[in-house]
Ligand binder design. Structure first.
Ligand SMILES: [Zn+2]
Length: 591
């Protein structure tokens, strides 16, 4: 609940719910709303809607709904104040310093800020080294040899860690405590614990930024044949390698715009692909793709082209990533680059040798993952029964993950043909495991409200939104008790209280006072495409409710009369009946 004039209130007024939710869900304009796949329940067709004018969201599938804050609270699993802060940051609204914090929280925040500052300083140190030292210039020549010009070096913040062993340490030591330097991961402590030294030495440095563009780690490539080829930052309070995708900070906008991402293995691949004009590229960097990385990516697109190295490790990584991506309902294509001469080509090498256009052409033609897998299976020895079985065992787990039944069946036919396997045998194997697949989340039936009658829906909409007359309408409904006994009675009651209040009360706040079933109904009504209401329409709806009220009483009187035709009070009952009949005529015929 936001207090008028509070910071939360200000954020809510300035925030664009479509933009904020758009960072988590791919939204498409549909009429006056935006729709997308609900992030709160598994679904294949969008039933999640965001209303830009009313600044609310609602899922017609699982019934979740609310304002921008309740969305962020649910997505980030955070309390209200944190959600306000997140929304403010996303919308560029300066957040006032919170007054109260636990000492631990304050300490943690200070530590994180200091670690980020250390990375910023290390970054400019490494850049300077590349520019202005003899060693650095040699590194620069190496980079130029790999086709990286000054512009690229500057854009990707590529730098150089000198071989001395304590150059960075000397730079940082006067300003930071030893423990903090070691915690940052750019400085290491030797085994005796007595001596500190630079973690990265004689290496090209590539800054790794978190999603919001702050440098949180470095990936460092050896010059020449030093081992390991890549040395990265360790896990620190600000960096966990399984949560970060390289280049995500720059790629997220292009990914959202183009609705697909290119996934490569290494830093140099990502840089090469991005330089080729394909900005929507991210790299998993040395790890096989993790669940948090997939979730991060899934906030921007559900379509991926995997372009890993064609070597054995790359193939294994491709196949592991496929499994995870399919489990998260990604649409996956695989680009396996052809060898150049006798060299296996990673994206970096391929683009350098064959050029941007050749790469883009192959990217566009990248086949769906099943084609890639069939091609892989065909490389196995298919001349024997056991060989075929091995190929089938290799393929089956992927095919079973195809959510669409028709598609799955189509692939079964193709696999049978390509591997020359008896189709019924293959189908039997497929069906057996298909029943074990996880299914979509079922919506609890008791949460789906019965459709309220059209008149009630219209009146509810007017009470919520007809600025010109909603107060008058609330008074009439209240005065005549016209909504009592309706299925939507509770929604009316809450809206009438709001309508009679002097302060404007937003829909989401009314929603929080309703039960789940009512809130759901209320939000559905708010999302209906509907004409501007007029007072004439309101009056005719009121008349209809009035008639309904009279008819109900009339039926009751009639029943009492029939139950006891000679009883006392018959005269009064008959008089009441007459009166009601008259009222009914006056209330007019349903029009
Ligand atoms: Zn939902």
């Amino acid at each position: 609940m936001t207090e008028a004039g509070s910071f939360a209130d200000r954020v809510k007024n300035q925030a664009d719910i479509v933009r904020v939710i758009g960072e988590y869900v791919r939204l498409k304009k549909s009429g006056q709303n935006f729709t997308g796949l609900c992030p709160f329940h598994g679904e294949k067709t969008p039933s999640f809607a965001v209303h830009p004018v009313k600044q609310i969201f609602h899922c017609f599938g699982c019934g979740k709904g609310g304002d921008v804050f309740s969305f962020v609270m649910d997505m980030e699993k955070c309390p209200f104040p944190e959600a306000v802060k997140i929304v403010a940051e996303k919308c560029g609204i300066p957040v006032p310093r919170p007054k109260e914090r636990t000492p631990e929280e304050r300490k943690e925040n200070q530590q994180r800020a200091a670690l980020i500052e250390i990375h910023r300083e290390a970054q400019s140190f490494f850049s300077r080294q590349l520019e202005s030292t003899a060693e650095g210039r040699a590194a620069r020549a190496y980079l130029e040899d790999r086709g990286l010009n000054a512009e690229t070096i500057a854009k990707f913040g590529i730098g150089y860690a000198p071989s001395g062993g304590d150059a960075l340490l000397r730079q940082l030591k006067p300003k930071y405590a030893e423990k903090l330097l070691v915690d940052s991961g750019v400085i290491s402590r030797d085994q005796s614990g007595a001596r500190l030294f630079d973690r990265f030495r004689r290496r090209i440095t590539l800054p790794i930024a978190n999603e919001s563009g702050k440098i949180v780690a470095f990936g460092c490539r050896a010059l020449g044949d030093d081992l390991p080829k890549y040395l990265n930052s360790p896990e620190t309070p600000i960096y966990s390698k399984s949560n970060v995708l390289y280049h995500m900070d720059r790629a997220k906008e292009p990914i959202r715009r183009q609705d697909f991402a290119v996934l490569v293995e290494g830093y140099m691949d990502a840089i090469a692909v991005a330089r080729a004009g394909i900005g929507n590229v991210v790299a998993s960097c040395g790890t096989s793709l993790t669940e948090p990385q997939i979730k991060l990516l899934g906030r921007f697109t559900k379509r991926v082209i995997v372009n890993y190295d064609p070597d054995v490790a790359g193939q294994a990584a491709t196949e592991r990533s496929l499994t995870l991506l399919l489990e998260h309902d990604f649409e996956v294509r695989v680009l396996a680059l052809p060898p150049i001469g006798d060299k296996k080509a990673d994206p970096d090498l391929f683009i350098r040798e064959k050029g941007t256009e050749a790469y883009i052409k192959l990217l566009k033609e990248a086949p769906p993952y099943v084609d890639y897998l069939i091609a892989r299976a065909r490389q196995m020895d298919l001349s024997t029964g056991e060989g075929k079985q091995r190929a089938l065992n290799f393929l089956m787990p992927y095919v079973q993950r195809i959510p669409n039944r028709l598609l799955r069946s189509e692939w079964a036919t193709r696999i049978a043909q390509q591997l020359r396997i008896d189709e019924p045998v293959l189908r039997a194997a497929l069906n057996k495991s298909a029943t074990e697949r996880r299914s979509e989340v079922k919506v609890a039936p008791q949460l789906v409200g019965k459709p309220a009658k059209q008149i009630e829906r219209r009146l509810i909409r007017m009470l919520a939104e007809a600025e010109g007359f909603k107060r008058e309408l609330a008074q009439r409904l209240q005065h005549g008790r016209l909504y009592e006994g309706l299925e939507t009675e509770k929604v009316f009651a809450a809206l009438i209280v709001a309508g009679l209040s002097d302060e404007p009360i937003p829909a989401t706040e009314i929603g929080t006072e309703l039960g789940e079933r009512e809130r759901r109904l209320f939000f559905e009504i708010l999302f209906e495409d509907a004409q501007e209401p007029t007072w004439e329409e309101a009056e005719s709806c009121l008349d209809a409710l009035r008639r309904r009220q009279i008819e109900q009483e009339l039926a009751k009187v009639q029943k009492t009369i029939e139950a006891n035709p000679s009883g006392a009070g018959l005269r009064e009952l008959l008089e009441r009946k007459q009166e009601l009949m008259k009222q009914l005529t006056a209330a007019g015929q349903p029009g």
